[in-house]
Design a protein around this ligand. Structure first.
Ligand code: NDP
Ligand code: HSE
Length: 428
């Protein structure tokens, strides 16, 4: 029963959770894999930083290369974050025959295919369960659980920070800035939270999920992205009044073997199960051609939930080691990628317009929708007590993204419209 030795890159939010689980659950983990799992070396940036856990100082280094080059180490757990340097460490570790567990969606979304190819060449495992939806085992579910089905749609709340912010704004009337500050303090946000709030983090996760789900090579540039920084409390209140919740949704769809992948703030009908996913919780709704609707729910960020996924990957690596089957390809993205054009991407829209309060305005607006063949579901006009404009709230039927873009362009030239205050996709 030779111990399996692990090198840990990073001892921040997730790294601390990994040490806690490996040490706290040692008996159970080693009974599953047949050997003790030892954290042999750890790299950090600042050795003086106070930590929530006690670690033998002789294990700590500030140079990740000390960990990568240590011949005793079998598996590298990368929970450091970043892209350029981290990629170099991981490729070198693979070159040296070490297996990799990572929580780094930025790296996997941008360089996953190169890293996985290297892993195969060296017959090493690269597992990245924690990179999407923290504690939810969604990657293994897509690879194994859906292996017999054809996935038609993946819809996810895959960023805990933004879901936390939107929930705080919706349920407690918190300001955007206060809610973001709390998410940072709780360890949910990235070191630069711009990637959370502008949707990039969710887009990277959707690129990973749709590559796995559709068996095609989805890249970050294939995902259309809009974040939540423009969402106001007023927009959330309008959504509620109409029977919707505002969520940052990743939506990946397959139709006639063409794909569309997007991340944007979306009004989701409040009867849909994903509408009630609040706080830091994530959920991934998967519609399979044969199975129909399924949904997977859990904590999407935070030390312990994320660490459970990291350590589960570690267990999988060690089990493979025992069986001598490391480096097996988990999925083959064999399908040719064909992205839908804007003419073929259809969804409902919510629009809030500030307009002149005078006769004939509504007629001019509805004429524009008719010109571009966009049919309306509901139109409500109300006075705005705060200024002399009127507000018009419009919900369309399914309309193509191309037609809606033409409507919005035309509105820029329509003098009766003071401004398009809000525009959101509507689902459900
Ligand atoms: P933290 O910022 O909390 O921790 C990063 C760790 O890496 C720290 O220990 C830091 O050292 C160390 N580190 C950073 N740069 C260097 C460097 N150049 N050399 C040596 N050590 C370095 O990040 P998280 O734990 O939050 O996130 C880690 C990874 O997990 C990221 O890829 C993130 O996207 C991903 N992830 C995070 C989740 C979360 O809930 N936080 C959830 C899912 C995935 P020091 O402690 O000295 O500063
Ligand atoms: N910043 C990320 C989030 C961490 O808020 O979801 C989990 O990947």
């Amino acid at each position: 029963m030779k111990p399996v030795k692990v090198g840990l890159l990073g001892l921040g939010t997730v790294g601390t959770g990994v040490v806690r689980i490996v040490e706290g659950n040692q008996e159970d983990l080693s009974s599953q894999v047949g050997s003790p799992i030892i954290i042999e070396r750890i790299s950090v940036k600042n050795t003086e930083k106070p930590r929530d856990i006690e670690v033998d100082p002789s294990k700590i280094t500030t140079d990740p290369w000390d960990v990568i080059r240590d011949p005793e180490i079998d598996v590298i757990v990368e929970v450091m974050g970043g892209i350029a340097g981290t990629k170099e460490y991981i490729l070198e570790a693979l070159e040296r025959g070490k297996h990799i567990v990572t929580a780094n969606k930025d790296l996997m979304a941008l360089h996953g295919s190169e890293i996985l190819a290297k892993a195969q060449e060296k017959q090493c495992d690269v597992f990245y369960e924690a990179s999407v939806a923290g504690g939810i085992p969604i990657i293994r579910t897509l690879i194994e659980g859906f292996s017999s089905d054809k996935i038609m749609k993946i819809m996810g709340i895959v960023n805990g920070t933004t879901n936390y912010i939107l929930t705080k704004m919706s349920q407690e009337g918190a300001s955007y800035d206060d809610a973001l500050k709390e998410a940072k303090e709780l360890g949910y946000a990235e070191s630069d939270p711009t990637s959370d709030v502008e949707g990039l983090d969710a887009a990277r996760k959707m690129a990973i999920l749709s590559t796995l789900g559709f068996r095609t090579n989805v890249e970050l540039s294939d995902v259309s992205v809009k974040g939540i920084s423009g969402v106001s409390k007023e927009d959330i209140a309008f959504a509620k009044r109409l029977g919707y919740e505002m969520k940052l949704l990743g939506i990946a769809e397959r139709q006639n073997e063409e794909f569309s992948i997007s991340v944007e703030p979306t009004m989701i009908r409040n009867s849909h199960p994903i509408a009630s996913v609040n706080g830091v919780f994530n959920a991934v709704y998967v519609f399979g051609e044969a199975v129909g609707e399924t949904m997977f729910y859990g904590a999407g960020a935070g030390a312990m939930p994320t660490a459970t996924s990291v350590v589960a990957d570690l267990v999988a690596v060690v089990k493979n080691l025992k069986l001598g089957v490391n480096g097996l390809k988990q999925i083959v993205p064999y399908k040719q990628k064909k992205l839908k054009s804007d003419e073929d991407i259809l969804f409902k829209n919510f629009l809030l317009l500030h307009v002149d309060d005078k006769a004939g305005v509504l007629a001019k607006i509805t004429q524009v929708f008719a010109e571009y063949d966009v049919s309306l579901d509901s139109v409500v006009q109300q006075a705005n007590p705060n200024n002399t404009n009127a507000e018009i709230i419009i919900v369309t039927h399914d309309a193509s993204k191309a037609s809606m873009n033409k409507v919005l362009k035309h509105f820029e030239e329509l003098s009766v419209i003071r401004r398009v205050k809000s525009h959101y996709r509507v689902e459900g």
